[in-house]
Write a protein that binds this ligand. Structure first.
Ligand code: B12
Length: 260
């Protein structure tokens, strides 16, 4: 996960940052690849339907590169075509987490300097969501992608409640444990269930009167910091997050709050 802004990046030759478009072969050719299924049996008509749909999406010169009969009246296509739209990259503003990325030892040193007790963190994957791999990657002792999980940090005291934890059960544990931070994982996003689930937890934490003492952090493959802020969380972490990003954020944010 790169938290650094790329606003001042040096762009390859021939690239106008105010008019960015995809490329495949030569710069600015607009070439993109698209895959989709159609609920029609494979055949010449399905092929032509796929080509026309890509054209309707705004792709110029759409051509079918791969096709598969999915059976039972369904077909699958990979289509190449040229995108004609451009984006002003220089006008993009993405909210980012305000923190310095630190390593395990640096975080431990920082924590020992600023706290005379262990910081309590409770984590869970909530609602009906059974995907534990994400929250385990952040919390498990063994760690993830070359970084130890929060359980490995002597300065953190953690509880990983696992998956399919109801917001009621999580809130009860937050209160009982006097948690400094809560980590909520949401992987399933069908029908925007993650949004209602996360918003409900914020409401419940506020109603319980513990919001001001709790750092609320959510994460998942389709979570961004922007979405997290909109839902009332303090921070959101997406794909590529490493445990030290989260540990470092908690440490720095708790110190920042104590100062303000
Ligand atoms: C493994 C898996 C499963 C396993 C889960 C096993 C387990 N114990 O976790 C099983 C087989 C049980 C499963 C079941 C289902 N799955 Co599934 N599953 C996956 C799969 C293949 C990988 C997920 C994964 O482990 N990723 C690896 C981890 C490390 O990545 P991550 O979760 O993104 O976590 C990282 C970051 O997001 C972040 N992060 C995550 N959480 C948190 C939390 C905090 C606080 C922080 C700071 C950071 C953070 O840090 C992590 C490390 O970088 C994905 C497809 C995919 N390739 O992603 C589908 C996928 C997630 N599953 C999907 C679906 C639909 C289901 C089922 C509904 C299928 C079904 N019809 O039964 C069920 C749902 C069951 C349920 N009740 O939840 C869909 C979800 C679609 C959607 N957008 O909602 C996916 C995307 C597959 C797909 N393309 O359709 N699944």
């Amino acid at each position: 996960m790169n938290m650094e802004s790329t606003k001042n990046a040096v762009f390859p030759k021939g690239v106008d940052p105010t008019r960015i478009k995809p490329y495949g072969d030569t710069m600015n050719d607009g070439q993109v690849q698209l895959s989709f299924s159609l609920p029609v049996p494979m055949g010449p008509e399905a092929r032509e339907a796929a080509r026309r749909i890509a054209g309707r999406m705004g792709l110029k010169e759409p051509s079918i590169y791969h096709e598969t009969d999915l059976g039972h009246g369904f077909s699958y296509f990979i289509v190449y075509g040229k995108c004609t739209h451009t984006i002003d990259f220089s006008a993009i503003v993405v909210p980012k987490i305000d923190m310095e990325v630190m390593g395990f030892h640096e975080i431990e040193h920082f924590m020992e300097k600023h706290f005379d007790r262990r910081i309590r963190v409770v984590g869970a994957c909530t609602g009906s969501d059974a995907h534990t791999v994400g929250i385990d990657a952040i919390m498990d002792m063994k760690g993830y992608n070359g970084e130890y999980g929060l359980e490995r940090y002597p300065t953190f005291e953690t509880i990983n409640m696992g998956s399919q934890v109801s917001n009621e059960t999580l809130l009860a544990r937050i209160v009982e444990f006097k948690a400094d931070a809560v980590l909520v994982s949401q992987v399933v996003t069908q029908k925007d269930v993650h949004l209602s689930n996360l918003a409900e937890l914020v409401d419940m934490v506020e109603a319980q009167g513990v919001r001001q003492d709790l750092l609320m952090i959510c994460g998942g493959p389709r979570i961004s910091h922007e979405v997290a802020l909109e839902l009332g969380f303090d921070a959101g972490f997406g794909p590529g997050t490493k445990p030290n990003h989260v540990a470092g954020y908690i440490a720095q944010e708790l110190v920042r709050r104590r100062r303000s």
